[in-house]
Design a protein around this ligand. Structure first.
Ligand code: B1M
Length: 213
């Protein structure tokens, strides 16, 4: 039954059918599916296929926008249903998508999972300037600054964030974690970030490690 629903989720995202995508999200949750499984096996493969088709020139920007809208609405419903875990480590985290990049679906999932794991999170949104990451981290007394980016052209902003923290004399005060589709452990090492996470679950694991260390 769930395999059929995952397939329908993929199709709804490919068609950019928001009504169908939100119905499937609700149906899956009503049927007791794990929200993250519904995301990982249904909606995320759907939006990844959209990305592949866009890259191959088989889909155009308006269709990408329709699919993204459907994905955003389904993600909203699913994020709200992620069960809250008992907090094992307390921690304050700032998360945002870097300046120049409006992709925030993955970042929103990361934020939802961080919150569900008991972390105190300030989501500074997308296209967020470096000063905003730093000012908000200072304001909230965060221990961790997390940045997301989906564009190869904006990956460099994660590096600039590291440099700004050094220049402001604040680098030792914070741990940094980076993520996003083109980001890798190698990139994190190269720019001097403290951690890299490949998905939201990995992000929770890495944040716990950073707080423990
Ligand atoms: Co655009 N886009 N897009 N897009 N888009 C990509 C990224 C692209 C790879 C598509 C492609 O060509 N195959 C390509 C980038 C190519 C490149 O840089 N090499 C691309 C492009 C080119 C563009 C535009 C430039 C298109 C144009 O205008 N001509 C434009 C950029 C505008 C801008 O930002 N300045 C653009 C616009 C858009 C939309 C607005 C239409 C929409 C975004 C809507 C939104 O986010 N609200 C969109 C979408 C939806 C995509 C794809 C199809 C899907 C992204 C997504 O949501 N994935 C994408 C193709 C792809 O990635 N396969 C594509 C699902 C999401 C759950 O995964 O975000 O990777 P992801 O997040 C994961 C992990 O990466 C990780 O955990 C998440 C959950 O598992 N993670 C973290 C992410 N952040 C983390 C932070 C952490 C830890 C883990 O700690 C802090």
């Amino acid at each position: 039954m769930s395999a059929k629903l995952f397939k329908e989720a993929i199709e709804a995202i490919l068609k950019g059918d928001t009504g169908r995508a939100t119905d499937i999200a609700k149906q899956g949750l009503d049927e007791g599916l794990n929200p993250l499984e519904l995301m990982d096996k249904g909606f995320i493969p759907g939006i990844n296929q959209v990305g592949d088709q866009f890259e191959a020139g088989r889909l155009f920007l308006p269709q990408l926008v329709y699919s993204a809208n459907a994905m955003e609405k389904a993600t909203e419903i699913i994020n709200a249903a992620i069960p809250a875990e008992q907090a094992t480590v307390a921690g304050k985290v700032i998360v945002g998508t870097v300046e120049g990049d409006v992709h925030d679906i993955g970042k929103t999932i990361v934020v939802a999972l961080f919150k569900a794991n008991g972390f105190d999170v300030v989501d500074i949104g997308r296209d967020a300037p470096i000063e905003r990451f730093i000012n908000e981290a200072e304001k909230m007394g965060a221990q961790i600054i997390g940045s997301s980016t989906l564009l190869t052209t904006t990956m460099v902003v994660q590096k600039q964030l590291e440099q700004e923290l050094i220049q402001a004399g604040l680098r030792a005060k914070y741990k940094t974690i980076v993520g996003g589709a083109p980001v890798t452990q190698r990139w994190a090492d190269r720019i001097g970030a403290d951690a890299y996470a490949q998905d939201a679950g990995d992000g929770v694991k890495k944040v716990k490690q950073l707080l423990a260390g």
